[in-house]
Design a protein around this ligand. Structure first.
Ligand SMILES: Cc1ncc(COP(=O)(O)O)c(C=O)c1O
Length: 505
């Protein structure tokens, strides 16, 4: 059956709305009270113009959003093989339990005695994540992986400062790293020192040795790395870093490939962030915060952001008493919902967490062995090595031979009812597709992905233009990426709101 995404000529909600109608009607019965209350609002605080929010009936709103949802694609519709994003299925039991009003209706200033249940969940999460990572304590505060990196970099900075080592101002980051690694290091005030990847796909240890100095504050690394390759020299790397009195930071975005098998703490890492919205099945995005818990080894516990949750044998408390804390990184625990979802996920799987890694690695390598055989496709770096959670193929040859690029192939996948993988990352691979098949995909779906790639590559040699004009089956056709990425077009309401306020767009 050919894939056809629903196509609705759907205006944005501001355009559906008729602003000539009055937005709010105050019931006659309350008119006097309302005008009296309004007369008490100080002039300086009163709205100068009418409130411009859509004035639609419930049914119009429900239909509008349902039509939009039929035009979108997500992990509940089909596979999303976005490398480095770990787009696994989010079990509905986690959604259901985390939607309990006893979680969602809590107030941040509520008495600790009244919120013992949620504090216990958070306390247990701190314990479980410490156990899973081989660390001693965690803070659940950071609302994303990148925020966790920033916290880790700030901890390093303060730790070196306290030891009188302000000269330690360099963070070493592999060239293949996710962009957030150099960005968060630079934001914390470090000079970023890049090191290359060796032909076997691992960190080039000789290059690492050549940049190490007394100024080295730490190394940020993800293992398995962004090529999906496990850094077999990790113990040597951590000895080299510790030998310079520097710290090891683990970017946990790729933990899915080793979950329950090896622990960052046992590899020599001192600070770890975890993306609960990747490894532990809390959904990504969706307008809410994520959860980028940070865990550390004993000597760094006092530096964690406060408050963490403590237990005195009788009750659970928010602890602010960490003597060297870098402070708060979120005002409240607004990310408690994804934390609870991940808690349920871990509680449900228990020791079977290890199978998550085993099946995701198996699925990924199964697909890799099919794709690497295709014409025009190569597997750069560590050609004879198995991958962990993800792999990166290059369409450089396909581009040279047919003019069809990695982007064109990705767009053609959309036409076949599949989500595209991550493209053009890591930067060390030309015409890259970074593909991650999580443990929640069936063999049939992986075969579907492989078949789609096979068809597209074959079409590229036969009729390159057909691939280059994809997608044609989707509700939105090929976008001009420059225009699409412009802030004015990124926010769909921008143009409309600017028009309302009389500004030029
Ligand atoms: C390797 C790696 N590190 C860090 C991050 C940042 O995580 P977040 O998106 O939660 O900020 C990502 C996100 O995709 C990633 O893939």
């Amino acid at each position: 059956m050919p894939f056809r995404q629903a196509k609705w000529d759907e205006p944005i909600i501001f355009e559906v709305s008729d602003f000539s109608k009055q937005t709010f009607l105050i019931d006659e019965e309350f008119a006097d009270e309302a005008s009296e209350a309004l007369s008490k609002v100080p002039k300086s605080l009163a709205r100068g113009s009418e409130l411009k929010i859509p004035n639609l009936s419930e049914v119009e709103v429900v239909r509008h959003y349902n039509r939009l949802s039929q035009m979108s694609y997500g992990v509940d519709v089909g596979p999303v093989p976005l490398g480095s994003c770990t787009m696994k299925y989010n079990p509905k039991i986690c959604e259901e339990l985390a939607s309990d009003p006893r979680i969602t209706d809590l107030h941040p200033y509520q008495d600790e005695e009244e919120v013992q249940g949620v504090l216990e969940i958070m306390y247990l999460m701190q314990r479980w994540l410490s156990e899973i990572t081989g660390m001693d304590e965690c803070s659940l505060q950071p609302p994303a992986g990148a925020a966790g990196e920033f916290v880790g970099a700030l901890i390093m900075k303060k730790y070196h400062h306290d030891r009188g080592n302000d000269n330690k101002n360099e963070m070493i980051v592999p060239e293949a790293a996710h962009g957030s690694n150099p960005a968060s290091s630079a934001m914390a005030g470090f000079k970023v020192v890049k090191i290359p990847t060796a032909p076997n796909g691992e960190t080039d240890i000789e290059a690492l040795k050549s940049v190490l100095s007394d100024n080295t504050a730490g190394l940020m690394l993800t293992n398995p790395n962004t090529l999906g390759i496990f850094e077999s020299g990790i113990i040597e790397i951590s000895d080299l870093i510790h030998g310079k009195d520097a710290l090891m930071y683990y970017d946990g975005a790729n933990l899915n490939g080793i979950l329950g098998v090896v622990r960052p703490g046992d590899m020599g890492f001192d600070i770890v962030h975890l993306n609960l919205h990747k490894t532990f099945a809390a959904p990504h995005g969706g307008g809410g915060p994520g959860a980028g818990a940070v865990c550390v080894k004993k000597g760094l516990v006092d530096y964690l952001p406060v408050p963490i949750v403590g237990f005195d044998g009788r009750s659970y408390k928010l602890r602010y008493d960490l003597s060297r804390t870098i402070g708060r990184v979120s005002w409240f625990y607004g990310n408690v919902v994804p934390i609870v979802k991940s808690f349920i996920y871990i509680a449900t799987l228990g020791p079977a967490l290890r199978e998550v890694a085993e099946v995701s690695v198996l699925n990924t390598n199964y697909l890799m062995s099919k794709l690497r055989r295709l014409r025009g496709v190569t597997l750069p770096y560590g050609e004879n090595r198995w991958r962990k959670h993800e792999f990166v193929v290059s369409f450089e040859n396909l581009l040279k031979e047919t003019g069809v690029s990695a982007e064109d192939v990705a767009k053609a996948l959309l036409d076949r009812g599949l989500h595209a993988p991550t493209i053009y990352f890591p930067l060390i691979v030309k015409e890259a597709h970074m593909i991650e098949v999580t443990e929640t995909e069936t063999k049939e779906n992986i075969d579907r992905l492989a078949k789609a790639y096979e068809e597209i590559v074959e079409l590229a040699y036969r009729d390159p233009q057909a691939v280059k004009s994809s997608p044609t089956n989707t509700s939105v056709k090929r976008l001009d990426v420059l225009v699409a990425n412009h802030p004015k077009t990124m926010a769909p309401t921008y143009e409309y709101l600017s028009r309302l306020s009389g500004q030029e767009t």
